[in-house]
Ligand binder design. Structure first.
Ligand code: ADP
Ligand code: MG
Ligand code: ZN
Length: 184
């Protein structure tokens, strides 16, 4: 039987790094995997899953869960699927059902994505996946304002130019208190 694991948390919490760490282990154990990322995520690289500290790995670019299934069909012998930024995958069915179907086909599935948007609202589809997952890893960043553990993402609007991490960062990670202070 397969397995579903989801790595979640705010921006900068190390979700992509954790996904790439697991993938690196598959390489050492000579296990083949399929890595996917939604086309929408072109922050650092169009075709690679890239973390904020620039570790990277080539990925299949997809829009929908049907793209994932189609590529899996092409590579029938590969039974490990990894998806970064899973909150952006489109599906016209409840996405968790698609992942459950893949699990019952024997796939080991590792997902990584944001649990909440900058307003603190859970991303659609993510809570269901967390519920049906065999394992949920919830990571924390470091609060940009006070240095405590940060579980929230804050969207920079006018402050954009003050922040100078990477090319086009539009968000920062905040603890709940600092996030509340921003009026969320
Ligand atoms: P995510 O995918 O969760 O957005 P990444 O895995 O891409 O995060 O990046 C995590 C890396 O971001 C950390 O290892 C660190 O180098 C960097 N980083 C920058 N700002 C922060 C912060 N405030 N808290 C934690 N990590 C940060
Ligand atoms: Mg990431
Ligand atoms: Zn804080």
């Amino acid at each position: 039987m397969g397995r579903i694991e989801i790595i979640c948390g705010p921006m900068f919490s190390g979700k992509t790094e954790e996904l790439l760490r697991k993938i690196n282990r598959f390489k050492y154990s000579k296990k083949e995997f399929l890595l996917f990322k939604p086309k929408i995520d072109v922050r650092y690289s169009k075709s690679k899953v890239t973390s904020h500290n620039k570790s990277k790995e080539t990925a299949h670019l997809i829009d929908t869960i049907d793209d994932v299934k189609r590529i899996c069909e092409k590579h029938k012998d590969i039974k490990i699927i990894a998806v970064d930024e899973v909150q952006f995958i489109k599906s016209n069915r409840p996405l968790y059902l698609d992942f459950l179907t893949l699990k019952s086909k024997g796939y080991e599935i590792i997902l990584s994505g944001l649990d909440m948007d900058y307003r603190g609202v859970p991303f659609p589809l993510i809570p269901e996946i967390m519920a049906i997952a065999d394992e949920v890893i919830k990571l924390k960043a470091v609060c940009f304002d006070c240095g405590q553990d940060a579980g929230m993402s804050h969207k920079l609007l006018k402050e954009k130019e003050i922040v100078d991490i990477g090319a086009n960062e539009k968000y920062k990670a905040l603890c709940f208190k600092c996030w509340k202070n921003k009026g969320e």
